[in-house]
Design a protein around this ligand. Structure first.
Ligand SMILES: [Zn+2]
Ligand SMILES: [Zn+2]
Length: 393
């Protein structure tokens, strides 16, 4: 039962469809940017499996400086490169309910996609089945960003790890979060799932602090603090780097063949064609364009502190647990009303607003109406909705 819709909006094209061994014996600093000194200070597997990591922040892997991966390296563009640089973030909603699931909505989980990258944000109970049902599958799903450690955002990690341990193709799993959440995740995975045993893959827990913590040649992910009851919550900003778009029609006119030669031009190199003519980047690249920016905010109790980070974003995805009629409860439990989320979108001048983390007590249309009265380009996410944010042209 999948519906597929496509919207063209100013400046933006949007489509959506409903449709360790305990802690590893020696933590391997396998990725660029992981500080070997900290990795070396990690405790032995035996120590870790007794949960001794709790309250010892320096023993998690640090991601400062950030993990840097070559997006343009081998494998970045499967098949023959056709001269088109994907410029887009896509978010697939796997669970859109707050606190507890409903018949139609699972608990918090979503996957952000960019090129070949897949980032699972939060992992509520039942997430692995939602992943399978969405058709995305587990391929490339080795990076999980967790906003905070409340149970409706992390319990699915236990089941996911259990499945991954039998899944030979998953060789590495990286979980990125703030310290408070990481402690609870550590208890869940090492205390309940592994119980002193060995994970079948390399399992890395990365402590994230505000700032850029993941980047490639094409985009960065920045963590920022979010106020939410009893947790050092983080939001995540996905930002493409500014770039000069490749103009295929110009390449065509100049007789530039498909393949690596176009990649060289995008990389700023002058190339020589078979007939001896030279073609430079300025011949086939357009003017510099800012990249797409998508801000993801999980549970939040206030919005004033989020205006700056959301400013002029192409898309804001944020919780909307309550309606104004229960603004008191929203405040008490440190959540937002639909109106508060919409006011943030308006104040920060974002282009598109997508609401998620809905309470079971409200009708979707009431949530939409309350937000739309303040901010017209708003959508309420359903499980399995897919939103693609990209620039036109
Ligand atoms: Zn929640
Ligand atoms: Zn929460």
């Amino acid at each position: 039962m999948k519906n597929y819709h496509m919207l063209v909006v100013p400046h933006l094209f949007l489509k959506f469809k409903s449709c360790h061994s305990a802690w590893p014996e020696s933590v391997i600093a396998s990725q660029a940017g992981v500080q070997p000194a900290l990795a070396a200070s990690a405790p032995s597997g035996a120590e870790a499996s007794r949960g001794c990591l709790r309250g010892t922040p320096s023993q998690y892997l640090s991601v400062h400086p950030p993990v840097v991966l070559p997006a343009n390296g081998p494998g970045a563009f499967p098949g023959e490169w056709q001269g088109i640089i994907p410029s887009m973030f896509e978010i697939v909603f796997l669970g859109t309910s707050a606190s507890a699931p409903s018949a139609k909505r699972g608990l918090s989980a979503q996957i952000v996609k960019h090129d070949e990258f897949r980032f699972l944000i939060d992992c509520g109970e039942g997430t692995q089945r939602q992943i399978l049902q969405s058709g995305i599958g587990f391929r490339n799903l080795k990076n999980i960003f967790v906003t905070h450690g409340h149970l409706d955002h992390i319990l699915g990690l236990a089941g996911l790890l259990s499945t991954f341990m039998r899944w030979e193709t998953i060789e590495e799993l990286n979980i990125y979060s703030g310290k408070w959440a990481l402690d609870r995740i550590h208890d869940l995975l090492y205390g309940v799932v592994l119980r002193g045993g060995q994970a079948a893959m390399l399992l890395n827990l990365h402590e994230v602090k505000p700032g850029v913590f993941f980047e490639t040649n094409d985009f960065t992910v920045t963590a920022f603090p979010v106020f939410h009851r009893g947790s050092d919550s983080l939001g995540f900003k996905f930002e493409e780097r500014s770039h000069r778009p490749f103009l295929p029609e110009k390449a065509e006119a100049l007789g530039v063949p498909f393949g690596p030669i176009r990649r060289d031009l995008v990389d700023g190199k002058t190339v020589t064609l078979e007939d001896g003519r030279k073609v430079g980047p300025e011949d086939v690249l357009g003017p510099l364009k800012p990249g797409v920016r998508m801000v993801y905010v999980g549970d939040a109790g206030t919005t004033e502190d989020l205006v700056a980070v959301c400013q002029d974003a192409d898309a804001l995805v944020i919780e909307s647990t309550y309606l104004e009629e229960e603004a008191g409860m929203a405040k008490q439990f440190s959540h937002l009303t639909a109106k508060m989320a919409a006011e943030l979108a308006a104040k920060a001048n974002v282009r598109q607003l997508v609401l998620t983390h809905l309470s079971r007590r409200y009708r979707e249309k009431d949530v939409l109406a309350e937000a739309r009265a303040v901010f017209p380009t708003v959508h309420v996410a359903r499980d399995f909705d897919v939103y693609s944010f990209k620039q036109e042209g």
